[in-house]
Write a protein of this length. Structure first.
Length: 779
């Protein structure tokens, strides 16, 4: 019944999670990371790939011994023609790391020049050369040319041989199988000039010269061998893995590719290790919900009823997260205001929350931020529990809450769905126990595990610079155990854990999985959502930390790979995207719905429009962080981003498209999807002024006495009047004055009088936004 996760599956088939994820994406099955659970059909599709190859890898083994060495050469030329057709398709992978087997160029004696593209066929040996080209769209793309000739030619100059007719085919197999199975497989080569190495290693590629040196052979000899394989190469030509393997197989030298692991990539350390050592760990819970629905009260209530009262120090500290005990089991609550942390962390690729509790006040029902919270939780793929709060109020109407949430796909168990609803009163403390029980129940299903014995890894919950203590960071240990004195890299900074303080304000020496602790000892302040990894010694921590800091500086503000309408088509073309995520904001709910419906109707082959969030009102920072986390484009219809949202969008590289005409929105998105976006002009907002007072002057109209708050306002700019985030008018500037004089432009920090053509309804508090149309170059 429990679903298998990507990394569990990877473990099962003894492959890296990364490979499984890549395989899934080839199959159009999207998963977020190695922790994602796999649906049954995904598992069976994967089984189709991996089970087959693993069974095939064992099959040919028995043939090997008698084919080794003595049977080589010769035979290829005389291989019975019939053998070619029946090569079993699964056999290619053998025990090699996946992907390699398929890339092998075919070596059949009658192989046409196009052989390399026929992938798969190398491996397997046994001469069962496929009659038809392999289907798998081979990846064999050597940097140099490809071997084209068959083994017949290749081996004609080899000594020994004389094996049975099919012997020649076995060569291939040998080349492949020797490596993993037998570390020292070489029979003596009769015509040896120099002792060949037992094994050579390489990273990525080698030139002919380098390979010759490694093998202790003259480059000319290698070039000759390549020539016999149909590859014309020069001494400096780079050989790819397959070509290197072929040559090494010729010499019967084992070859191994050393995969360089980027030590500075902290994600590498988050790959699951030996899972047999894993133990159950507490769930990490985030509470979200609409303003005033009782998040803080609920968090406080849980903390007060549950944090062991006898604990010395009591609740003295607030560190952004705390743990409670329920039934002898711990639960970790992230105590971050709103869901900001939730999204910023996710935007930075960190998944810390195992479960989201969405608080809905029973007397108020589902509100915009409730929906937002639901969408955030859904996008992060975490289970949701609904806490129906304020049940003590006479006006409480839990049925209404259930009804409204059903519309958002959260159907209570009582109504046949699978969402847990817990009625409670955060104020009175009623129902808190049930809520905690439910949390444990849901997390049991999630099988949350970690290995306390490994070096700690985790995520920064919050961090700040403290005057007395320096950099102070609250960390959530996600796996392993963090100890005082551990050398640690946190985001782009590093240090040694000097002191650790628990959520109850006590000094602790160690922190196990799911435990939040505040640490000091870092040499800089990391950011919320940064990953941390403990290293074996301070030297490695320092070198990784320093090189991360350096590369972060370089990357800073350089190219962003977020989707924008401008690069959408390119990304689609490159197959990086199959879904276009959109967030739709409009001035009124009706417009939101109309727009969402029209956007969903856009039909461009191969791309799905996926609306992850909609809402009425101005574009907020939270919209931007959701967009950043989900690589979405934000569409604003008759609304504007507020100042924070604008800043966030700039920082995160989120594309916001603002429109006033529905069909323009649709057209723009559709054109972008088709790569037809007409680019010549783009609107550029040059400044904003706030209307501080208004004067009515006959014949002139309403003059808006304004103060330029951002950029500048120019006489020839287009203007937009914005009232509470909503565009109430768009048109042209009529006059722009500084005192009594006409002004060409008025800069930030100055007052001015503005009249807008054909619009006299300017009110105090309105924002006048000035923009110009600028020609832009499309990439
Ligand atoms: N009657 C009643 N009032 C509650 C309950 N829970 C919270 N409140 C009240 O609702 C108000 C808002 O509660 P908060 O906990 O501050 O709500 P919040 O969701 O954290 O609000 P923000 O921090 O502004 O987002 C407070 O006045 C609480 O006393 C409850 O169970 N019953």
């Amino acid at each position: 019944m429990t679903k298998i996760r990507v990394h569990e599956y990877a473990k099962k088939v003894d492959k890296p999670s990364k490979e499984i994820i890549q395989q899934l994406s080839k199959m159009d099955i999207s998963v977020t990371n190695h922790m994602s659970t796999l649906e049954d059909n995904a598992v069976s599709k994967l089984d189709g790939v991996y089970k087959k190859s693993s069974s095939a890898s064992t099959a040919p083994a028995p043939n090997r011994p008698q084919n080794q060495g003595q049977n080589r050469s010769q035979g290829q030329g005389s291989r019975p023609a019939g053998q070619g057709q029946s090569r079993p398709q699964g056999g290619q992978s053998g025990s090699r790391p996946s992907g390699q087997g398929q890339n092998r160029p075919a070596q059949g004696q009658s192989r046409p020049a196009a052989a390399p593209s026929q992938g798969q066929s190398r491996s397997q040996g046994n001469g069962q050369r496929p009659a038809a080209p392999a289907k798998s769209g081979s990846n064999f793309t050597p940097k140099a040319a490809k071997p084209t000739a068959g083994p017949g030619q290749r081996n004609s100059n080899r000594p020994g041989g004389g094996g049975p007719g099919r012997g020649g085919q076995n060569r291939n197999k040998k080349g492949k199988q020797q490596r993993p199975v037998n570390p020292n497989p070489m029979p003596p080569m009769p015509k040896k000039e120099k002792e060949l190495p037992a094994k050579i290693t390489f990273t990525e590629s080698l030139t002919v010269g380098e390979l010759a040196k490694k093998l202790g052979r003259e480059p000319s000899e290698i070039i000759k061998k390549l020539f016999m394989l149909g590859v014309m190469a020069t001494i400096n030509q780079e050989l790819d893995k397959d070509a290197i393997e072929l040559i090494c197989a010729e010499y019967e030298v084992e070859v191994e590719e050393e995969i360089l692991v980027d030590k500075t990539d902290l994600e590498v350390y988050f790959e699951p290790e030996d899972e047999t050592l894993n133990e159950e760990r507490p769930p990490v819970v985030t509470i979200m919900g609409h303003v005033d629905h009782g998040k803080t009260t609920l968090l406080d209530s849980i903390r007060h009823t549950k944090v062991t009262a006898g604990e010395a120090g009591g609740i003295t500290q607030h560190i952004g997260a705390y743990q409670v005990d329920e039934d002898g089991k711990k639960i970790t609550f992230l105590d971050t205001p709103g869901h900001a942390a939730f999204t910023t962390m996710r935007a930075r690729g960190a998944k810390v929350t195992d479960l989201a509790i969405i608080v809905v006040a029973a007397d108020d029902g589902v509100m915009p931020q409730t929906v937002e919270a639901i969408n955030h939780a859904k996008a992060a793929e975490v289970p949701i529990i609904i806490a129906v709060n304020k049940m003590d109020k006479p006006s409480a109407n839990p049925d209404r809450v259930m009804q409204e949430l059903t519309e958002h796909g959260l159907v209570p168990e009582a109504w046949g769905g699978d969402t847990i609803f817990v009625p409670l009163s955060a104020l009175k403390g009623d129902g808190i126990d049930t809520l905690l029980e439910m949390i444990l129940l849901v997390s049991e299903v999630g099988e949350l595990k970690a290995n306390p014995a490994r070096r700690a890894i985790g995520t920064v919950i919050e961090a700040e610079l403290d005057k007395g203590r320096g950099s102070v960071a609250t960390l959530l240990v996600q796996d392993g155990t963090l100890n005082v004195g551990d050398p640690i890299v946190v985001g782009n900074t590093f240090g040694r854990v000097r002191a650790m303080v628990s959520d109850t304000g006590r000094r602790v020496k160690e922190a196990g999985p799911s435990m939040p602790v505040e640490i000091t000892g870092l040499n800089d302040v990391p950011q919320a959502g940064d990953r941390f990894v403990v290293f074996e010694d301070e030297k490695s921590a320092r070198s990784v930390g320093e090189s991360r800091a350096t590369s972060a500086l370089q990357v800073q503000r350089s190219e962003k790979t977020r989707v924008t309408l401008d690069n959408l088509f390119d990304q689609l073309k490159q197959g990086e995207m199959k879904e276009l995520n959109l967030i739709v904001k409009a001035d009124v709910q009706g417009a939101v719905e109309a727009m969402a419906a029209s956007l969903l109707k856009i039909d461009v082959e191969g791309v799905n429009v996926n609306i992850i969030h909609t809402g009425a009102g101005a574009i907020t920072e939270s919209d931007i962080s959701l967009a950043a986390a989900s690589n979405a484009i934000v569409i604003g219809f008759n609304v504007r981003p507020d100042v924070n949202a604008k800043r966030a969008a700039e920082a995160e590289g989120v594309d916001i498209r603002l429109h006033r005409i529905i069909y323009k929105v649709i057209e723009e998105i559709e054109f972008a999807m088709k790569g037809l976006l007409d680019p010549e002009f783009e609107e550029k907002v040059i400044g904003q002024a706030e209307v501080r007072s208004t004067f009515k002057v006959s014949k002139v109209g309403t003059i808006a006495g304004s103060y330029v708050t951002e950029g500048k306002i120019t006489r020839d700019s287009g203007v937009r009047v914005i009232r509470e985030g909503i565009v109430v008018f768009e048109g042209e500037m009529d006059t722009l004055k500084r005192f009594k004089d006409d002004a060409k432009e008025v800069a930030k920090g100055y007052e001015c009088g503005i009249t807008v053509k054909n619009f006299n309804d300017v009110k105090e508090g309105d924002i006048i936004e000035a923009y110009v149309m600028e020609e832009i170059e499309r990439k």
